[in-house]
Design a protein around this ligand. Structure first.
Ligand SMILES: CC(=O)SCCNC(=O)CCNC(=O)[C@H](O)C(C)(C)COP(=O)(O)OP(=O)(O)OC[C@H]1O[C@@H](n2cnc3c(N)ncnc32)[C@H](O)[C@@H]1OP(=O)(O)O
Length: 201
């Protein structure tokens, strides 16, 4: 390794991922492509400590979170959200409480307008598009190939699933699950559980 490579590797920021299931795997891929953070390990249930997710060690469970803050400033909630987001919300609040910073993670394969605003702990996955004047609250998942159009306002703790379309000016209330391939009329308000493939008018 030459000097330049060494400096680049050491200038990367450490992050831990909280939740070691399927969504975690997709987020690992985004973070690896982004090449800004070094994944120190995964937090999952006690039974899974010592196992690996895509080569990264499960290093602890929720109870251990506080001990990692001194070696790692950054964390992201990588538990998924389909039937309920209660666990994502609880872990987000816990991570904040113990002192982690929850960054915005954007895939290098996504497009996020410089006129859009994203809040802490939100992830924008591969090939998603967030257009001008859109805003996305904290701890949201904008999943692969989702389209969030101009002037959309998404409140906190929402999951906009794979391939979903949110047309211009729509307001998505907090904790909403918006299923894969769902679409909607422009400037409507969306709240709750929207099934995959729905049309919201
Ligand atoms: C990377 C990724 O994989 S992102 C994954 C994104 N996944 C999706 O978009 C699919 C989400 N699921 C759905 O939209 C629906 O389950 C469907 C459309 C696939 C099936 O719907 P239906 O056949 O009409 O089934 P039904 O209405 O009985 O609901 C089935 C499931 O939907 C979910 N569901 C339906 N309504 C609700 C609701 N109001 N709140 C929470 N969950 C609900 C539950 O998971 C339910 O499972 P259960 O059997 O444990 O209750």
């Amino acid at each position: 390794m030459n000097n330049k490579e060494f400096k680049i590797q050491n200038s990367k920021l450490n992050i831990i991922l909280i939740g070691g299931g399927g969504h975690c795997k997709s987020v690992v891929d985004v973070i690896e492509q982004q090449n800004i953070y070094t994944i120190l390990g995964i937090i999952d249930t006690k039974e899974n400590i010592g196992k690996k997710v895509l080569g990264y060690d499960v290093i602890g469970c929720d109870d251990d979170l506080k001990q990692f803050v001194s070696t790692c400033n950054y964390a992201l909630i990588t538990v998924g959200h389909i039937t309920s987001n209660a666990l994502r919300v609880r872990l987000f609040n816990l991570a904040k409480e113990v002192g982690f910073t929850l960054p915005v993670i954007i895939s290098p394969l996504a497009y996020v307008s410089k006129h859009a605003k994203l809040e802490e702990g939100t992830v924008v996955m591969h090939h998603a598009l967030v257009n001008a004047s859109a805003s996305v609250g904290k701890n949201c998942i904008i999943n692969s190939k989702a389209l969030v159009e101009h002037d959309v306002h998404i409140e906190e703790h929402c999951h906009i699933s794979t391939g979903a379309i949110i047309n211009g000016g729509v307001h998505v209330k907090a904790n909403t699950f918006y299923g894969s391939n769902a679409t909607c009329k422009e400037y409507v308000t969306i709240d709750g559980f929207i099934k995959a493939g729905s049309i919201v008018k």
